[in-house]
Each structure stands twice: as structure tokens, then as C-alpha cells.
Design a protein around this ligand. Structure first.
Ligand code: NFE
Ligand code: MG
Length: 573
């Protein structure tokens, strides 16, 4: 029967997202609405401040992508002021960036997304001996694959369930027929969920070494806030760097022997999800991981570009500084632009709230009017998907052998062709394959750092333009990165040594964007269309596709209600 399903809030994400899905008579989604339901106004807070401080404010947009806003911010200010950072600073930033990416992807897979595919309650029916045999087959190099170990995990789990306090496993559609894993695979996944949870806090010690803390490590305009003296006692020395190397080795072990085997094992039970959830078919990357300075885009390990209509034979160029390329539209957003304009490049961007939605509590949004706190970013007027799938496709389409190798190996193991990438499962797999590349690049960056230090260069910052007296009266700049969820850009306009305007366009804003003036859907909305929903009261299918993007609405709207009021009407788990 035709009906409208509301999921609000979508959980196991960061921030506040509401999704409305319209079902047709055959219970397929024929249209969808993605709405960011909170507002903060960070871009407004930045106006009038010292541009050297902007990173510290921006970084606190989010506790999930804990460093990327600082990175984009210092790059924007450096671009504006004409600062080139020393080689060590580029490398240390790359190390901090990759550390965050790998941690975030592992957390997403095990802790935010796996429970869409893994039925925790079914794990109670597993035979621990059979689970150990399965685990030995799936990941032969992982040490915990014993009967006794799985018996213990099952015991802990049944105590949770018996007490009625599922804690972190509360609230999901347990027992839903869409869960396809046998009990043993479910138990294995639950055990690895707990192991990954313990490990993820270790990796980010790399941030505490180079940036003093995590989350939100320290950054610096002109370089990094890490003094290095290999044989000293009062700076980062060889003992600390050796610890970094150990943490990277552990990360390689986790990604190769736990994450990737689990990902492929789970994926093999859900082949139908390689045909669902593809969506826009347009992909965009700004690129990152400079090997020869931020200006040498051709040498980035994450390539820049746009792919249109799934056409992998052509990668189009992207220029974040070109007002004709990147614009944010507001025809379906709760904002106002001066002069009634509908689209602005971020250098001229304006953040002025204009709520015109229904008075809460309300039943449904009207997609023909404004319906989100997210703007609608567009590339040359087109909606784009950003993120791990976009990056893997960009590497593949750019002819990069390293990308082709991991993609081809995974497709071979799952016995599917490249078209399977354009799907919900393709998006989820891309995140794992990207982690496989990223974790080895992390070790490469570490080796580059050591080589550079041993070559006698220990400079980590260039402070010649630190003093505002050296700045031009007015300048503009942009900074970018490939955040875990995709292309992230910051644009700054500096005037009289202060921030005159600051605009942030975030990956989840691209992906979760509302419709634009031409009625084009954002990536979430487009990906939901065509999805069959077996039970409208328990729409696990909606969660699978939305979670495959790894939403972060805290980033996306960089904003929340002045009274923290909830705009919630219907609660679906
Ligand atoms: Ni808050 Fe973020 C990432 C940024 S949003 S998580 O990754 O930038 O998409
Ligand atoms: Mg913004």
C-alpha cells in the first residue's frame, strides 16, 4: 500500500537526520526526503576573528572526523596568505589525516553499520566451536579464533540479553527476516565489534604524539605544532616515533586480518545489495595526500576529479576556487541569501537562517518547499556523491594500479563485476578497500618522515608570515581535504587581519543535501529511490543505504537549534 515512512532521528550516525520515504503500491521507495534538523552557525561565529585561530573553532564542528576541519582550515588560511609549509609538516599532516581515516572507517564498519547486517540476538544461537571454525576460515591470521573465546563472548552476550539491558546493542530490528547471516557469523561479528572497539582508542595515540590530544589535536598555520628532536628529551624523539610505527603496524594487522575478511564475509551473504542504492552516479573528489606540496595536485595519492553518469572512461577537472564550479543553492533550505539569490560560491557565501518549515511537532515535511538546514552544494549545477566510493572510482578511472589491484581483488572474491560498485554494498566495500590502501600509505608517510629527519631536516613550521603585519590588506583562500565522508572545503576571506567571511562545505552536506532549484535530489535521496521495503514499520533497508554513506549531520549543518529543541515527531529505531 502506498505510504510515507518517517525515520527521525536516524541513529548510529553523528548529528540529527530525518528521512522520509514514499512507498509505492509494490512497497518500493519511489521518492525520498533527506532533512538536516539542527542549526549551529559556526561560520557566523568565525567572522571578525584572527584567521590563525580559525582551525581551533572549525575542528570542533565534529567529534567524529576529529581533525579534518582543522586541516582544511589551516590550508585555507595558508592559501590566502601565500604560505608554503615545510615538507615535514605536510608529511605529519598526512600521517594525522590517514590515522583519522582508518580509525573512522573501522568504527563505521563495526560500530555504526555492521548491525544493519549482523543480528546480535541471533548470535546467541551460535555454536562456539563452529564459530571458531568459521573464524579460522575467514581470517586465518587472527589469534582469537578459538572455541573457548567465542564461548566467553556468547556468555557475556546472553547475560546482557537476560538482564534486559542490551546496552550498546539496544534498539535494532533484531529478528528481521532481512538479516541473512547464520548465527555463527553473527557471533563472530559481535566478538570483532568488541575487539575493534578496544583497538580504535589505541591508534589515535598517533594524534596525541603529533598534536597533543585526541579528539581535536592541535594544528598550526604555517606547519604543525610538533617540535622534533630525534635524540632529545623535550620534543618528539625517536622513542615516540617508534611508538607511532608500532601503532601503524597494529593498524595494518586490524585492517588486513579483521576488517577486510569480515567485510567480505558479511558482503557475500547480501549479493542483492550490489543492485540497490546506487543513486546519483555522479562522483566528486578534491583529492589529498600531497607528495610534493599541496599545490602539486597531480602527485596526490587521492586523485581529484569528477565522474558523471557512472562514466569511468572520463575524469573531469575540478577547481574549488572557480565560482562557476562550486555553488551552494538554497531553494529547498531554511536560509536566506541577499538580493533573493538562490546560489552562491563559498567565497561569497552567506549563513543566514530563515526557518519556514512547519511548527513542531509535525507529521511530515513538504518537499516542494524548504525542508532542511542543509544547503544544496552543486558542481556546475549537478548533484554529486562524495566519499570513499567516489575516491575508489576516481583512482580506478584515473588508471591508478594500486586502486585497480584492491578493487579487482575484492570484486573477484565476491564474484561480481565492476557495476556492483554502484550500490549500497559498493559504498560499504569501498570504505574497506580505501582503508586497505590508506593503512599502507600511513606506513609510507612514516618512512618518508624518518628519511627526511635522518637527512637532517627537522623543520616543522614556517613562521615568516605569522605576524599579521606581513599580510596583504585583503586576501582570499581555500583549503580542502578528503575527509572520511568525502570532499571537504573551507573558503576564507581575510580583510584587515580579520576573517571577513568563512564558509564550510562539508561531505555530508553534499550527500545529504535537499533538492535544488531544478528539483535534482541529493545523493541520499537518489540512493533510496527504487529500494524495496519489506516491513514499513521496521525499515532496515533505509538504514542500510543511509548508513552506507556514514552520515555526519553535525558536520553537514555545522549548526543546532538555539534551545536545543527537538524537531522530532515519529521515532523509528
Ligand atoms: Ni562529522 Fe565530517 C567527515 C567532515 S561530514 S564527520 O568525514 O568534514 O561529512
Ligand atoms: Mg556551510
Amino acid at each position: 500500500m502506498a505510504q510515507r515512512i518517517v525515520v527521525d532521528p536516524v541513529t548510529r550516525i553523528e548529528g540529527h537526520l530525518r528521512v522520509e520515504a514514499m512507498l509505492d503500491d509494490s512497497s518500493h521507495i519511489h521518492d525520498a526526503v533527506s532533512s538536516g534538523t539542527m542549526w549551529r552557525g559556526l561560520e557566523v561565529i568565525l567572522q571578525g576573528r584572527d584567521p590563525r585561530d580559525a582551525w581551533a573553532f572549525c575542528e570542533r564542528i565534529c567529534g567524529v572526523c576529529t581533525t579534518v576541519h582543522a586541516l582544511a582550515s589551516v590550508r585555507a588560511v595558508e592559501n590566502s596568505l601565500g604560505i608554503t609549509v615545510p615538507r615535514n609538516a605536510d608529511i605529519i599532516r598526512n600521517i594525522m589525516f590517514l590515522t583519522q581515516m582508518v580509525q573512522d572507517h573501522v568504527i563505521h564498519f563495526y560500530h555504526l553499520h555492521a548491525l544493519d547486517w549482523v543480528d546480535v540476538v541471533s548470535a546467541l544461537k551460535a555454536n562456539p566451536g563452529a564459530t571458531a571454525a568459521l573464524a579460522q576460515k575467514v581470517s586465518p591470521s587472527w589469534p582469537t579464533a578459538t572455541e573457548g573465546y567465542f564461548k566467553d563472548v556468547a556468555g557475556t552476550l546472553s547475560k546482557f540479553v537476560a538482564s534486559g539491558q542490551l546496552g550498546i546493542f539496544q534498539n535494532a530490528y533484531w529478528g528481521h527476516p532481512a538479516y541473512k547471516l547464520p548465527p555463527e557469523a553473527n557471533l563472530m561479528a559481535v566478538a570483532h565489534y568488541l575487539e575493534a572497539l578496544k583497538w580504535q582508542k589505541e591508534l589515535v595515540k598517533i594524534h596525541t604524539i603529533f598534536g597533543g590530544k585526541n579528539p581535536h589535536p592541535n594544528y598550526l598555520v604555517g606547519g604543525v605544532a610538533s617540535a622534533i628532536a630525534l635524540n632529545g628529551d623535550n620534543a618528539i624523539n625517536i622513542e615516540r616515533l617508534t611508538m607511532v610505527k608500532g601503532l601503524i603496524s597494529d593498524a595494518i594487522n586490524i585492517v588486513e586480518n579483521l576488517y577486510i575478511p569480515d567485510l567480505l564475509a558479511v558482503a557475500s551473504f547480501y549479493p542483492e545489495w550490489t543492485k540497490i542504492g546506487g543513486g546519483l552516479g555522479n562522483y566528486m573528489c578534491y583529492g589529498d595526500l600531497p607528495q610534493n606540496g599541496i599545490g602539486d595536485v597531480a602527485k596526490f595519492r587521492f586523485p581529484r576529479g569528477v565522474i558523471l553518469n557512472k562514466n569511468l572512461s572520463e575524469v573531469l577537472p575540478v577547481d574549488p576556487a572557480d565560482p562557476a564550479q562550486i555553488q551552494e543553492e538554497i531553494s529547498h533550505s531554511w536560509y536566506r541569501y541577499p538580493g533573493g539569490k538562490d546560489a552562491l560560491h563559498p567565497w561569497d557565501g552567506v549563513t543566514e537562517a530563515n526557518y519556514t518549515g512547519p511548527k513542531p511537532p509535525f507529521k511530515q515535511l513538504d518537499e516542494n518547499k524548504a525542508y532542511s538546514w542543509l544547503k544544496a552544494p552543486r558542481w556546475k549545477g549537478q548533484a554529486m556523491e562524495v566519499g570513499p566510493l567516489a575516491r575508489m572510482l576516481m583512482g580506478f578511472a584515473s588508471g591508478r594500479a594500486d586502486y585497480k589491484e584492491v578493487v579487482t581483488a575484492a570484486l573477484g572474491k565476491l564474484k561480481v563485476g565492476p557495476e556492483a560498485l554502484f550500490s549500497t554494498l559498493g559504498r560499504t566495500a569501498a570504505r574497506g578497500l580505501e582503508s586497505q590502501l590508506a593503512v599502507h600509505w600511513l606506513m609510507d608517510e612514516y618512512d618518508r618522515l624518518i628519511a627526511n629527519l635522518k637527512g637532517g631536516d627537522s623543520t616543522t613550521a614556517d613562521t615568516q608570515f605569522w605576524d599579521p603585519a606581513t599580510w596583504k590588506p585583503e586576501s582570499r583562500g581555500y583549503g580542502f581535504t578528503e575527509a572520511p565522508r568525502g570532499a571537504l572545503g573551507h573558503w576564507v576571506h581575510i580583510k584587515d587581519r580579520k576573517i571577513a567571511n568563512y564558509q564550510i562545505v562539508v561531505p555530508s552536506t553534499w550527500n545529504a543535501s535537499p533538492r535544488d532549484g531544478k528539483g535534482q535530489h541529493g545523493a541520499y535521496e537518489a540512493a533510496l529511490i527504487g529500494t524495496p521495503v519489506a516491513d514499513p514499520k521496521r525499515p532496515v533497508e533505509i538504514l542500510r543505504t543511509i548508513h552506507s554513506f556514514d552520515p555526519c549531520l553535525a558536520c553537514a549543518s555545522h549548526v543546532f537549534g538555539p534551545d536545543g529543541e527537538k524537531l522530532v515527531e515519529v521515532k523509528v529505531r
